[in-house]
Design a protein around this ligand. Structure first.
Ligand code: PGA
Length: 250
């Protein structure tokens, strides 16, 4: 068995003004956090520089929630991987269901972003997940396989172990309706089996997270599942009790 370091990632989405953002991060860094867990907070672009200075004194890494795939040029309103690198960003969420559904991001665009993030030494957190209707029609595996295969098109075998995959059923995001432990494990296991077909034993190195209504009360049981290596946390990362999710083992 490969050892996969657990990784807990907060996704703030479009929340908090600057003062609120800084005071939350200042409070989190005062907490004793489990060193055996990798921790990332994905913040709005605007706050990266100030938050990074606060996080420097901790082992929490900084991430963002999106990026464009080009390095520079006439792309009004976009942020490039090289810009992110120059500001000390290490992780980038790609293909979140809110980007797919509200901003109409396609699998092809997400694939370009994944390749560009890896080329520019950023760690992609690639999200996938089915809608409630797709699950009701028993299409969840087909949907996930399609999303993963398209997002990873032409991603090299040597690079795959850097990627983090977040399985986030859309019906569980922000709803309080967490997937059952069986369903969450079954889907993460299925994602690993897709990776096995594509990348053989490299699949054992890829960390797969569950996301969707993760909170202090359910994190421990989720993390006990064999194929769940971490969590992508939205709502419950917006206050200092996020530190208790990070410390799920203690
Ligand atoms: P949630 O969001 O934890 O608020 O359900 C998860 C996500 O969208 O990443």
């Amino acid at each position: 068995m490969f050892f996969r370091k657990p990784i807990i990632i907060g996704n703030w989405k479009m929340n908090k003004n600057l003062d609120q953002a800084l005071s939350l991060v200042k409070e989190i860094v005062t907490k004793d956090l489990d060193e055996s867990v990798e921790k990332v907070i994905c913040v709005p672009y605007l706050y990266v520089n100030e938050i990074r200075k606060i996080l420097e004194k901790s082992d929490i890494e900084i991430g963002v929630q999106n990026m464009y795939f080009e390095k520079k040029g006439a792309f009004t309103g976009e942020i490039s991987p090289t810009m992110l690198k120059s500001c000390g960003v290490k992780y980038v969420i790609l293909g979140h269901s809110e980007r797919r559904n509200i901003f109409k991001e396609t699998d092809d665009l997400i694939n370009k972003k994944v390749i560009s993030a890896l080329e520019n030494d950023l760690i992609p957190i690639l999200c996938c997940g089915e809608t409630l209707n797709e699950r009701k029609e028993n299409k969840e595996k087909e949907v996930i396989e399609n999303q993963i295969k398209k997002a990873l098109l032409e991603v090299d075998r040597e690079k795959i172990s850097k990627i983090i995959i977040a399985y986030e059923p859309i019906w569980a995001i922000g709803t309080g309706a967490v997937a059952s432990l069986e369903d969450a494990e079954d889907m993460c296991k299925y994602i690993r089996s897709i990776l096995f077909k594509l990348y053989k034993d490299q699949a054992n190195k890829v960390r797969i997270q569950y996301g969707g209504s993760v909170k202090q009360e359910n994190i421990k049981d989720l993390m006990k599942q064999e194929n769940i290596d971490g969590a992508l946390v939205g709502g419950a990362s917006l206050d200092v009790s996020f530190s208790k999710i990070i410390n799920y083992k203690l």
